[in-house]
Design a protein around this ligand. Structure first.
Ligand code: URA
Length: 241
């Protein structure tokens, strides 16, 4: 069709014309089907309140976006934003708390309230600094209302994200801060007293349990025990270097 024909059709309101496209190759058709199936699967899972199945393959960008979009449990409805984690993504040290509090929920960073200040001091005591060779995150990425403990189901839904963070960071030592972190990571109902003072293992990575900084703010005499735990962790790290 020449440009005159095109102009006439345009005048008559009959353009643009649809062209028949080249036939897609078998590979293109299969890829398209796979893409559509993946999109539908992701949407269905989102509607069903579950995470996508391929978390174990995600890179940092995909993982943080997936966490930000997650509605797998009811916590997302009441929190302000997800709190993914902070620090060095190649760190030797990984500290894991329970879940964001009010200040963390407002700022989008873990351990930035009073407990966070104490955690920073605890890190300083073993020559560490937030952002340098240490990564900090939580069992759940959304704030539980009124700072209650996350339920088993909320933790179960969120733990695949933490598992992927751990697989990407490959820390040498994990420090579980408090009972909720320790129980979830060690799949145990034990008390903090029974879990402290031992070197555990999480996915082959040595794990030390200590008190949660928020608890230490209320129970100052226990600080000495936390100091002992951190010294054990530091010795352990030195033995691995
Ligand atoms: N308590 C936690 O367990 N995590 C935070 O991020 C803040 C307080």
């Amino acid at each position: 069709m020449n440009s005159r024909h095109k102009a006439i059709l345009k005048e008559l309101g009959l353009s643009p014309l649809w062209h028949i496209r080249e036939k897609a190759t078998v590979d293109q058709t299969l890829q398209l089907k796979t893409d559509v199936a993946t999109t539908i699967e992701t949407d269905v899972l989102k509607q069903a309140g579950r995470q996508p199945v391929d978390i174990g393959q995600m890179d940092w960008t995909q993982l943080s976006k997936t966490v930000a979009d997650c509605h797998a449990c009811p916590l997302r409805k009441t929190c302000t934003q997800t709190v993914f984690g902070v620090g060095d993504t190649n760190a030797d040290w990984l500290c894991i708390g329970e879940g964001p509090g009010a200040r963390e929920d407002a700022l989008g960073e873990p351990f930035v309230g009073q407990a966070g200040k104490l955690l920073d001091n605890m890190l300083t005591a073993i020559d560490l600094k937030r952002g340098h060779n240490v990564y900090i995150t939580n069992i759940v990425k959304c704030r539980p209302p009124n700072n209650r403990n996350p339920s088993d189901e909320e933790a179960r839904q969120c733990v695949p994200y933490l598992e992927r963070q751990i697989a990407l960071i490959k820390p040498k030592v994990i420090v579980a801060l408090g009972k909720v972190a320790a129980q979830n990571l060690l799949n145990s109902n034990g008390s903090i007293a029974s879990m402290r003072g031992k070197i555990h293992s999480y996915a082959g990575i040595p794990l030390i349990v200590t008190y949660h900084p928020a608890y230490l703010l209320r129970a100052l005499p226990e600080k000495a025990k936390a100091w002992k735990d951190l010294c054990t962790a530091r010795k352990l790290m030195q033995s691995l270097e």
